[in-house]
Design a protein around this ligand. Structure first.
Ligand SMILES: [Mg+2]
Length: 326
């Protein structure tokens, strides 16, 4: 470990250097506070500072203050050397951020003990920040995991809700509309009953992959519930979204997945589509700003979801394997 020594008296510098020879510390010498500060600014491998109080150019107190003011990731441990004349000022030194002090003239053994205490503090600090970093990384991982559906490896309901919040905020603010597609596997319960749950799980994964294949890079697919998926399509109107939904429906049908429990022996999807509406503005032929002035509330995301759900229900009621839009 390096130790920066700031001391203007040559004889004291020599003594300190000699004392440190008994340790594994590597002394770096500065003849005043200014030089010490320049060295600290130029390199980032100095954690331990031993500084005299009274020095030309910049005194020890100013040096301590400057060290504490800088933005440094790692802690710097500072020991001040104080002559009798400055000892009664030591409170100022601690207030400025010094960790310890040694009186001048000093006993080498006392100085070494205090330096060792500083090294211990730095080691503990390093261990703590390492643990902290581990925790931060783990936390980041957890935040991600909490939003991924374990079975299908696509976004889960929480991720969907967050995406909808973003879309809704953009829509309300910039009139950037969005559409959603609710997709539900037809007769999934019968599928599970016929083929067993492990095969049912595999099917969920296959449908998730198939959905992803049909989307633009800006669109996102989520597992909404058991056998229900939700697709969010930014800046897409109802016509465009209906085309995408039809593509998805055809892609799943095209896979020709056997489903003995269904009407057609083939596994299919039903889909409901809805696009966000800027109610007031559209009806009155207004810009979003004009609508806002007259306090015409734009449609809320819950209502878009509800309309897509209703459309999905209609698709189911009218015979499944089809797309209905709201
Ligand atoms: Mg001095």
């Amino acid at each position: 470990m390096n130790i920066l020594i700031a001391e203007d008296e040559k004889s004291v510098r020599m003594m300190l250097k000699a004392a440190l020879r008994k340790t594994k510390l590597k002394p770096i010498i500065a003849c005043d506070g200014r030089e010490a500060w320049d060295i600290l600014c130029a390199r980032d491998d100095i954690r331990l500072v031993l500084t005299d109080w009274m020095m030309p150019e910049m005194d020890g107190l100013s040096l301590v203050k400057k060290i504490r003011e800088r933005k440094s990731e790692k802690y710097t441990y500072i020991i001040m050397l104080t002559a009798l004349a400055t000892r009664h000022n030591m409170l100022d030194g601690f207030a400025a951020g010094a960790d310890d002090y040694v009186s001048k003239p000093f006993h080498i053994s006392e100085l070494l003990v205090r330096i060792r205490a500083g090294e211990r503090v730095l080691k503990l600090e390093d261990a703590l920040s390492e643990k902290n970093e581990e925790l931060t990384n783990l936390n980041k991982k957890l935040v991600g995991l909490a939003r991924v559906d374990a079975l299908s490896q696509i976004g889960n309901r929480l991720a969907f809700n967050e995406e909808m919040e973003k879309r809704q905020a953009e829509a309300a603010r910039y009139n950037r509309g969005y559409a959603i597609i609710m997709c539900d596997i037809d007769r999934f319960k019968q599928y599970n009953d016929t083929y067993g749950h492990p095969v049912g799980d595999k099917l969920i994964r296959l449908i998730a992959t198939t959905l992803k294949e049909q989307l633009r890079s800006t669109d996102q697919v989520f597992r909404y519930g058991g056998e229900e998926f939700a697709v969010v399509l930014p800046e897409q109107d109802i016509e465009g979204a209906t085309v995408v939904a039809e593509k998805i429906r055809a892609a799943v049908e095209g896979k020709q997945i056997e489903h003995k429990g269904s009407d057609t022996d083939t596994l299919t999807l039903s889909l409901g589509v809805a696009a966000w509406q800027n109610y007031g503005a559209q009806e009155r032929n207004q810009t979003p700003e004009q609508a806002q002035e007259q306090e015409c509330e734009p449609e809320q995301s819950e209502d878009v979801i509800k309309r897509a759900d209703n459309a999905l229900y209609e698709a189911k009621q009218s015979g499944r394997n089809r797309v209905c839009n709201a």
